[in-house]
Design a protein around this ligand. Structure first.
Ligand code: GTP
Length: 177
C-alpha cells in the first residue's frame, strides 16, 4: 500500500561526461555549473515536489552515479530500491546513445520494477539541420529500454529539464502510489 507521503528514489545514469551532474544542478538550483568535477562513486540530493491532484509533497532522493566504467562495482549497490531511472546520453556523442542498453543490463541485474525516461542532453550544441540522432532511432531505443518517454534537453539552457523530471515523477506516482 502506498504512503500518504510518497518517497521515491531515482538514479541518473549514462556514460562519463553526458551531463548527469550538470542536469541535476540545473534541476535543483536552476543554474548551469560550467565546472562540475567528474563524479567519483556517487552523490545524492533530496527534493520535494508537488504534482497536481496529489495532496502531499513527493520526496525525491536522487542519486548521481559516476559514469566511468571503473565505478561499475560501486554503482550496483545504489540501484536497490530505486523506482525511477533517468537514462542520459550526449546528443553530440553517438557512442553514449549506443551504450545505453549496457546500462539497462547493469540496472536490471539488480532491480526489475521501475519507471524510466530517456534523455538526450546538450541540445544547445546541436545544429538542427544535421540532427545527429534520428527520431526513429530514439523511438526504438526508448522502447527497448522500456522508458515512458524521450526528451531532448539542455543542462546549459535549462530547456526541458523540469519537464522530463516531471514526466518521470508523474509516471512513477501512477505506477507505485
Ligand atoms: P560523470 O560524473 O563523470 O559520469 O559525468 P557527468 O555525466 O556527470 O557529466 P558532467 O555533468 O560532469 O558534464 C560533463 C561536461 O559537459 C561538463 O563540462 C559540463 O559543463 C558539460 N555539459 C553538461 N551538460 C551540458 C549541456 O547541456 N550543454 C553544454 N554545452 N555542456 C554541457
Amino acid at each position: 500500500m502506498g504512503s500518504k507521503f510518497p518517497f521515491y528514489k531515482i538514479c541518473i545514469v549514462g556514460d562519463f561526461g553526458v551531463g548527469k551532474t550538470t542536469l541535476l544542478h540545473q534541476y535543483l538550483e536552476r543554474r548551469f555549473c560550467q565546472s562540475v568535477t567528474s563524479t567519483i562513486g556517487s552523490n545524492f540530493f533530496v527534493k520535494r515536489i508537488k504534482i497536481p491532484d496529489v495532496e502531499n509533497l513527493i520526496t525525491l532522493q536522487i542519486w548521481d552515479l559516476a559514469g566511468q566504467h571503473r565505478f561499475k562495482w560501486v554503482r550496483q549497490q545504489f540501484y536497490k530500491g530505486a523506482k525511477g531511472i533517468v537514462y542520459v546520453f550526449d546528443l553530440t556523442r553517438k557512442k553514449t546513445f549506443d551504450n545505453l542498453p549496457n546500462w539497462k543490463n547493469e540496472i536490471e541485474n539488480i532491480i526489475q520494477n521501475f519507471s524510466s525516461i530517456l534523455v538526450g542532453n546538450k541540445t544547445d550544441l546541436i545544429d538542427n539541420k544535421k540532427d545527429y540522432i534520428e527520431k526513429v532511432d530514439s523511438e526504438n531505443l526508448k522502447q527497448y529500454l522500456g522508458a515512458c518517454d524521450y526528451f531532448e534537453a539542455s543542462a546549459k539552457s535549462g530547456s526541458n529539464v523540469e519537464d522530463f523530471f516531471f514526466k518521470l515523477i508523474t509516471n512513477m506516482y501512477k505506477l507505485f502510489k
